[in-house]
Ligand binder design. Structure first.
Ligand code: SF4
Length: 324
């Protein structure tokens, strides 16, 4: 029996990740040599949640920091660009950057920026906001930071019980862009049971890339008895993709998340005839190619693709770089 690999499409880079990486790449390519020992660019937090991408950019000279206070004053004085990652920042971080005179290039994904603007609009209109997101995730921290007193973060349906609003409170629901569509539907149902007057945003905050990748994984799982999802452990959409794959496989098999082919355990594939493969929105396709190659070495020689939709989303570079 021929053992098969089924690739999910769409998979890998989304428009927001591509733009964020291009932002740092453009600065690195155009930076002249420096005699002062300062790097060509600082990046606050991981530009996207993928360790290979970060290591590659760091290898070319980008310096990654957790907080702006790690950036020396000399860098601010010299105008070294500081890039905000695709996940966005809270206004407190922006204020700190302004106060220090840092030269900011904001690579926040426009679809994350949209949720920030929704928070500001609904707060202006007197709403309390229930925000479904992952506590501590960079994106959630940035969004909640827009108005911590009016944004109430919950993660799961069980968290709805600890919310308490009277019927006279204007309530609206917003969410992180990289959640599981199905799990979020359960949380929304729980919210609507408890607060029937809660309003939904004009369009879902879960982004096109997240939902497209989850749909494709579900279809692939119908043909597979094991799945490999490429993506880092701190990548929300990659972890959600693995959960969606596991759910879709059910009793037929198991899904595994790996950063790269080196993390694959041959024991996962004993008795397996078809392995489904996909990757999160922050994952370069060469890492998927490595996984496919390793599977081929393990005897999975036939490769096919399940495509659900062709993506053509593209975001222009941040304003500060458009003339570069
Ligand atoms: S996953 Fe969605 S929201 Fe996040 S960077 Fe990609 S396009 Fe933007």
């Amino acid at each position: 029996m021929t053992k098969r690999i089924v690739l999910a499409n769409p998979r890998g880079f989304c428009a927001g990740v591509d733009r964020a990486i291009q932002t740092v790449d453009t600065i690195l390519r155009t930076a002249g040599p420096r005699a002062d020992g300062l790097p060509p660019v600082y990046v606050r937090r991981q530009i996207v949640h993928n360790k290979h991408v970060v290591e590659q950019l760091a290898g070319r000279g980008a310096v990654f920091v957790e907080e702006l206070n790690e950036i020396p004053d000399a860098a601010a004085e010299a105008g070294i660009p500081v890039v905000f990652s695709a996940h966005g920042v809270s206004p407190a971080v922006q204020r700190e950057a302004d106060a220090r005179g840092l030269s900011i290039v904001d690579a926040t994904c426009p679809l994350v920026g949209k949720v920030h603007r929704e928070v500001l609009r609904f707060v202006r209109e007197g709403y309390e906001i229930v925000y479904i997101g992952h506590n501590g995730h960079d994106e959630a921290v940035g969004v909640v930071g827009e108005s911590p007193e009016h944004v109430h973060l919950i993660e799961h349906a069980a968290d709805v019980d600890r919310l308490d609003f009277s019927e006279s409170t204007k309530l609206v629901l917003l969410s992180q862009t990289t959640l599981s569509v199905d799990e979020t539907a359960d949380v929304i149902a729980a919210l609507q049971r408890r607060f029937p007057w809660i309003e939904l945003p004009p369009s879902s905050d879960i982004c096109y890339a997240t939902s497209n990748r989850q749909e494709a994984v579900k279809l692939v799982a119908q043909q597979a008895d094991c799945m490999v999802i490429v993506g880092s452990a701190n990548s929300s959409n990659s972890v959600r993709l693995m959960e969606v794959a596991n759910e879709a496989l059910g009793a037929c098999g198991e899904a595994h998340r790996v950063d790269d082919a080196a993390e694959m355990d041959p024991a996962w594939f004993a008795g397996v005839s078809t392995v489904g493969v996909s990757s999160g929105a922050s994952v370069p396709d060469e890492l998927v190619a490595g996984v496919v190659e390793r599977l081929q070495e393990l005897g999975f020689t036939e490769v096919s693709t399940v495509e659900t939709i062709q993506e053509n989303m593209h975001f222009v570079l941040p304003k500060a770089l458009r003339s570069v």
